[in-house]
Design a protein around this ligand. Structure first.
Ligand code: ZN
Length: 244
């Protein structure tokens, strides 16, 4: 089976559509790592589009926030306003779908998937080697896929040595040999934060155990115009142009 690994769509329909188009014919099933809604202007459309495909999905902290399952006082004002806007527009069907998603799963003998981290599937940001290192004892498969930081990155644990941080090489097959355990982040579809505004995703071939990082341009201005039409914050609109 070939898997399209995507995370953090954040209601950015134009970015999600661009990824599906770019990856067309190269996958059989989607693994979505959470945060379908929050920030962007098309929450219901993104929920519906994901459900059109064979997939499994996780919930993220923004999904929980929109569902009212966590306190949004810790969110910044822009994110908080976007959450309240999404709460207003979310349909009963979208709400029920998001409510059904778990924050962590083990979909394959080689892979655990968690929105944020295996230790704290909703909240923890794995941005550095120390945090990654502490997380390896919280899952039992060779590999764990996470989203949440919106930064495509690999943390590789070399037993008896240390954890290494590897930056992605795009469109280059990476053979997952199983020799070293890894925590792998495919980056974000709808709100990249690695100074590259293109949508980020990965292709995973489970038979050949090949991972491939991909980036694709999408029509950022379409999403930005929809955000302005909905009165979403100009700061959230602007960041999409730059990928921060
Ligand atoms: Zn997110």
């Amino acid at each position: 089976m070939r898997v399209l690994v995507i995370s953090d769509i954040h209601a950015n329909l134009a970015a999600f559509e661009a990824v599906l188009k770019d990856a067309a014919g190269k996958w059989d099933k989607i693994w979505f790592l959470g945060d379908l809604v929050g920030y962007g202007p098309n929450p219901n459309e993104c929920v519906a589009l994901l459900q059109e495909h064979d997939h499994l999905a996780l919930s993220g902290n923004h999904d929980w926030a929109v569902l009212g399952k966590l306190n949004i006082d810790t969110f910044n004002d822009y994110a908080k306003h976007a959450v309240m806007w999404a709460q207003d527009v979310l349909t009963t069907e979208s709400h029920a779908y998001l409510e059904s998603l778990p924050p962590m799963l083990t979909p394959h003998e080689m892979f655990t998937i968690a929105h944020a981290s295996p230790r704290q599937p909703i909240w923890e940001y794995i941005l550095d080697r120390g945090t990654a290192d502490a997380n390896f004892e919280h899952f039992f498969t060779p590999y764990c896929l996470v989203g949440h930081t919106h930064v495509p990155i690999v943390f590789e644990k070399v037993e008896g040595e240390r954890t290494y941080m590897l930056h992605p090489l795009y469109n280059e097959p990476w053979h997952l040999t199983g020799v070293h355990r890894c925590i792998i982040n495919p980056g974000s579809v709808g709100q990249p934060r690695d100074s590259d505004p293109r949508a980020s995703y990965a292709l995973l071939d489970l038979e050949r155990m090949i991972w491939e990082y991909c980036r694709v341009d999408y029509d950022v201005e379409t999403t930005q115009q929809r955000m302005r039409d909905e009165g979403l914050s100009e700061r959230l609109v602007a960041r999409l142009s730059f990928g921060w």
